[in-house]
Design a protein around this ligand. Structure first.
Ligand code: CDP
Ligand code: CDP
Length: 221
């Protein structure tokens, strides 16, 4: 068909979605969208502007007026590199809280769909295959055990020289999994047409190759 291919990679926190999606995008020379960054950006702007996160219309207004630029692996907000600020625990938590607001999700919808450009797109998040690109050419549900995901996040933080506590990371993962899976709108779950990829015992390279293999199989049809 004449539509531009999209590979969606949805799954819980620290399962490796972003890492795998970026490598797959590079291998295919496709565009890449980190949809979680958009929710984190809204959270960051809310924190900085002291906006009450329960004020849905105010938060939606922030989402509609985000001035954001993705270049390579860095994210710019009004020209400022906020890549590190977006990864803070406060931002992660607030992102998942505002992500439960339907008007906020609606405000980010067109912005996400605009990333579907030739020759193709690889994108990761929670609802990319279910709500944003329901007609995606390949849908992956990437997961790993909560303990393994906590170990990965812990290692990531320690390597960056950031103090981390395994118990509180695991606690945060459970909390965010629960909130993301139980919300009314666009909850995190495996779609019937999504392929399950459990990476608990899989290397990044193996996960990337499996996504590429599935993509090639779809392209031949
Ligand atoms: O995007 P998401 O939150 O799902 O995870 P990520 O930030 O891409 O990955 C979390 C960490 O797990 C990174 O440091 C990866 O290098 C590591 N990792 C992985 O992604 N996949 C594996 N199979 C093993 C480790
Ligand atoms: O990297 P990690 O998986 O920890 O988080 P993320 O993908 O950056 O997403 C941060 C938060 O944004 C998630 O906990 C979700 O609540 C929300 N999110 C969402 O609701 N829908 C998406 N497509 C992406 C993220």
């Amino acid at each position: 068909s004449g539509t531009i291919p999209v590979i969606t990679i949805d799954g819980p926190s620290a399962s490796g979605k972003g890492t795998v999606a970026q490598i797959v995008a590079r291998r295919l020379a496709y565009h890449y969208l980190d949809s979680g960054a958009l929710y984190r950006l809204v959270a960051l702007v809310a924190i900085r502007s002291n906006t009450d996160c329960a004020n849905e219309s105010a938060i939606t207004n922030l989402a509609l007026h985000l001035d954001v630029n993705f270049d390579g692996s860095s994210v710019r907000l009004n020209g400022e590199d906020v890549s590190d600020a977006l990864r803070s625990e406060q931002c992660s938590k607030l992102a998942s809280i505002i992500a439960g607001q339907s008007a906020v999700r609606a405000a980010l919808l067109q912005r996400q769909r605009a990333f579907r450009q030739s020759p193709g797109l690889v994108t990761d998040g929670r609802d990319m295959g279910s709500a944003v690109f329901p007609d995606a050419s390949l849908k992956i549900f990437l997961t790993a055990s909560a303990e393994e995901r906590a170990r990965r996040r812990y290692k990531q933080l320690i390597e960056k020289g950031i103090n981390a506590n395994m118990q509180s990371i695991l606690q945060d993962i459970y909390e965010r999994d629960t909130r993301d899976s139980n919300r009314d709108i666009s909850p995190l779950r495996q779609e019937v047409d999504a392929k399950l990829l459990d990476t608990t015992f899989l290397s990044i390279e193996d996960a990337v190759n499996e996504v590429l293999r599935l993509h090639n199989a779809v392209c031949k049809n």
